[in-house]
Design a binder for this molecule. Structure first.
Ligand code: F6P
Length: 328
């Protein structure tokens, strides 16, 4: 492995995700293992612009693998979108002698870092950390498994009360433009219907799933709605059903940010640990403008331009097929 790089900066940016701390820990400990200095950059690009850097050692990342959120804090920086902002950031890194970067975040984070690489040629590796699982080039992003498990737990609880009162519940889950959390929490939670942006389900098709006009109709129903739904959010869909039929006693629950917190699952901790080490080793091998991913359980390095050209992480058709059969 090439060993020229001596100081590596690590930061988290965009929406936090459970497992980010495990990734920070892995990056810092891999640096220690390979005798590199690790610097934490606080609040993502904001801290880079302000020069808010903190030296990290193996012990400073103890007792964080199980914690949600991010010890480095996170932000969405408007200033880094400007050339002046990026110049300030570069000058701060240079002043501290930081020669390479590891970013943990989502597509907004990576787009910023790619631009930065093109301008200043600071070797950079991105680690996909977002609950949305919306990045191509990896089967899983850090935080997605935890968030989906959290959603399933919530759906199970809602089901108890839905059944007790014969109610129709619309449960809205996060995911931005991606239906990953919805499709898999919906399948695992036994939802009657799952509304995701990737599938062209019409409102009529959804309404028919409820079986309001049939004698066989279910007494209680639970519909999982992805926040990126193209036929309306949970409140809108609930209102439209109520307008069409008085058969249902309807309630809406929006899970929101509770899906972002909490202890990461074992899966996210291990994924984050693998990716954190891979990021440092990638830099040592000369990777420069890439995103680490996991494909068929193997670490891969994706060229940034290839990733961005793909735009979206498709939902596999098998999941859609399964959801359809089970909603009968
Ligand atoms: O990208 C992660 C995510 O939680 C999305 O699922 C959601 O749409 C968004 O961030 C919410 O962002 P914020 O925390 O800024 O409201």
């Amino acid at each position: 492995m090439e060993n020229n790089i001596r100081k590596i900066g690590v930061f988290t940016s965009g929406g936090d995700a459970p497992g980010m701390n495990a990734a920070i820990r892995a990056v810092v400990r891999a640096c220690t293992y390979y005798k590199k200095d690790a610097y934490g950059i606080m609040r993502g690009y904001e801290g880079m612009i302000e020069g808010d850097l903190v030296k990290l050692g193996a012990r400073s990342v103890g007792n964080i693998i199980q914690r949600g959120g991010t010890i480095l804090k996170s932000a969405r920086s408007e200033e880094f979108r400007t050339a002046e902002g990026r110049k300030k950031a570069y000058e701060n890194l240079k002043a501290e002698g930081i020669e390479a970067l590891v970013a943990i975040g989502g597509d907004g984070t990576f787009t910023g870092l790619h631009k930065f690489y093109e301008e200043y040629r600071v070797p950079s590796v991105c680690i996909p950390g977002t609950i949305d699982n919306d990045l191509p080039g990896t089967d899983y992003t850090i935080g997605y498994d935890t968030a989906t498990n959290t959603a399933v737990e919530a759906i199970d609880r809602i089901r108890d009360t839905a059944l007790s009162h014969n109610r129709l519940f619309f449960v809205e889950v996060m995911g931005r433009n991606s239906g990953y959390i919805a499709i898999n929490s919906g399948i695992a939670g036994g939802a009657t219907g799952i509304v995701i942006p990737e599938e062209n389900m019409s409102f009529d098709q959804l309404y028919n799933l409820l079986g309001a006009d049939k004698e066989t109709s279910k007494k209680s129903n639970l519909i999982v709605v992805a926040e990126g739904s193209k036929i309306g959010d949970a409140n809108t869909l609930a209102r439209k059903v109520a307008e069409r039929s008085s058969y249902f006693d309807i309630k809406v629950t929006i899970l929101g940010h509770l899906q972002r917190g909490g202890a990461p699952t074992y899966f996210d901790r291990v994924l984050a640990s693998k990716m954190g080490i891979a990021a440092v080793e990638g830099l040592m091998q000369g990777q420069k403008d890439v995103m680490v991913g996991i494909k068929d359980n193997k670490i891969v390095y994706n060229d940034f331009n290839t990733i961005m050209a793909q735009k979206h992480h498709e939902i596999d058709s098998e999941s859609l097929r399964i959801a359809k059969i089970l909603s009968i």
